[in-house]
Structure formats: structure tokens, C-alpha cells
Design a protein around this ligand. Structure first.
Ligand code: SAM
Length: 258
């Protein structure tokens, strides 16, 4: 039975954890995710990693209150330094910026902490493109991308596994040019920015996110319009091109799915 009530966002992260996993949840805060992973029978054991003292104490408390101290180890440390190589087969990192998640993975990989890890379940709050770029550059291939709106915020969840050409899991295939409905060609940069799998299965949250991005870019354009500097003109042109590209993508999306 699942006693902890997760937000829709964390529930979706939990759904990316394969059954029978030894989970490491980094930046665990109250340890809600590892507790739910054990209570639901998804994970067989877990490590809850926290760098900051307050959230570390909250994680210890959450695990003790759930009576799961024999299954979940709460460890204090920076990123994957709380793990020994081979200790976890699934790592979740949720609720941080994409560049921080990428930096944690990068340092962990250099220290051999990704050895034996079969699944990464990642939920960047911002900077999804930075994280996709890290995965692409480090031999991890996305197997799922989700986007959802909760309490007025939009979240993306990226699930990745090691590249496996024999199983047809390659980044070359994932990031091959995609042609959308009206013939618009999406190259690698656009796929990294918007999500190669999200573009194949867009939903209402995807549309909201990118309509919001257009609105932000239009705001920047308005503030830049007051400047007569040559550099401002260059920036304006770049932003206009971005708005045009995003608008073109949005106009190609299948309307029945949004
Ligand atoms: N993962 C939970 C969630 O998604 O609801 C909590 C997210 S909370 C916004 C981010 C947590 O990450 C904080 O508790 C913070 O202390 C922790 N954190 C930030 N940098 C970290 C790092 N380098 N290593 C471990 N934990 C970190």
C-alpha cells in the first residue's frame, strides 16, 4: 500500500523507477519519493541523499515515521558522493535546475558512481535542454519524456538509460532530424530545446510551456525595442527568429492531442 501521498509531479517520477530497483534519490528533502517507492513495492531498498542539514533532518524524520529505517539509508553529502559504485541501479534527481542535475551526474560519473545504474529519472525545474545535452554527450538515451502542469507550474520528467545499439537505443536515432506535420524540419538544437519525445507526443502542458516562452521572449523584445545599440538589434533579430521557430512548431502540432 502506498501511504505517502505524492504530488502528481513526484508520482510521475516514481512511475519512471523500474520495479525491483535499488533506488538512490538525490536531493531527497523529506524523502517522500524513496518512502513511496518502498511502500508501493517499486523499490527493494533506497538511499536518500541530501546535502543540506534541514532537508537531511527532514529525510531522517520521514523515513523513521514511515518505519522504513531498515530499507532506506539517509546519507548526508553532495550529489552522488553519498553512493558507492554499484550500490544503486536507479537514480532519481527531482526539483533542481537542469544544470545542477547535469553537474551532479557529471561529477558522479567521473567518480564511477554511475556504474551499474540502469535508469535515471530526472525532473529539472528549468534548463531541460542543458540536461538533455549532458545525457546526449555522455551515452545516455532518453526512453521517455513527460510534461505536466501542477499548481500553475509546468514540469518535465526525463527518463534515460545507457545507450544500447543492440536494443536500438541510440542517440543518433533519437536526435535524427524530425519532420513535423506541415513539413517543418526539426534539427538537433531544436530537439534538445523542446524534447525529441515530447515533440512526438505533445499535450496541453507542452503547448502552455511554449506559449509562455513566446510571451517571455516578446517581453524581452519590448524592453530591447528602446535601445538603439547595434548589439540590441542583433539580440532582437535572434529573439524574433526564436519566436518564429517556436510558433512554427506549435502551429504544426496535432490539435486533437492538445
Ligand atoms: N526531490 C524533492 C522534490 O522533488 O520534491 C526535493 C526537491 S528540493 C526543491 C531540492 C533539494 O535538493 C533540496 O532539499 C536541497 O537541499 C537538495 N540539494 C541541492 N543540491 C544538492 C546536492 N548537490 N546534493 C544533494 N542534495 C542537493
Amino acid at each position: 500500500m502506498n501511504n505517502v501521498k505524492l504530488s502528481d509531479r513526484l508520482q510521475l517520477v516514481l512511475e519512471q523507477v523500474p520495479a525491483g530497483s535499488r533506488l538512490a534519490d538525490i536531493g531527497s528533502d523529506h524523502a517522500l519519493l524513496p518512502v513511496a517507492a518502498l511502500e508501493s513495492g517499486t523499490a527493494v531498498s533506497a538511499i536518500a541523499g541530501e546535502v543540506n542539514p534541514g532537508p537531511f533532518d527532514a529525510a531522517c524524520k520521514g523515513v523513521a515515521e514511515a518505519g522504513l529505517g531498515h530499507k532506506i539509508a539517509v546519507r548526508r553529502g553532495d550529489g552522488l558522493e553519498v553512493l558507492q559504485p554499484g550500490e544503486a541501479d536507479c537514480i532519481s534527481i527531482a526539483g533542481m535546475g537542469g544544470s545542477l542535475i547535469a553537474a551532479i551526474l557529471d561529477r558522479g560519473q567521473s567518480g564511477g558512481k554511475l556504474e551499474g545504474v540502469k535508469t535515471l529519472a530526472l525532473q529539472p525545474n528549468v534548463g531541460e535542454d542543458i540536461l538533455r545535452r549532458w545525457l546526449l554527450g555522455n551515452g545516455w538515451v532518453l526512453t521517455a519524456e513527460h510534461i505536466l502542469e501542477e499548481d500553475g507550474k509546468i514540469y518535465e520528467i526525463l527518463t534515460a538509460v545507457p545507450e544500447d545499439p543492440a536494443a536500438g537505443l541510440t542517440n543518433e536515432q533519437l536526435y535524427a532530424e524530425q519532420t513535423l506535420g506541415s513539413g517543418l524540419v526539426c534539427g538537433r538544437d531544436l530537439l534538445l530545446q523542446m524534447g525529441p519525445l515530447l515533440l512526438q507526443k505533445p499535450n496541453g502542458a507542452f503547448l502552455s510551456k511554449w506559449q509562455g516562452e513566446i510571451a517571455k521572449l516578446e517581453g524581452i523584445l519590448t524592453s530591447l525595442s528602446r535601445s538603439e545599440l547595434e548589439s540590441a538589434e542583433e539580440k532582437r533579430n535572434k529573439i524574433k527568429a526564436q519566436i518564429t521557430t517556436i510558433s512554427e512548431v506549435l502551429s504544426c502540432l496535432p490539435k486533437d492531442k492538445l
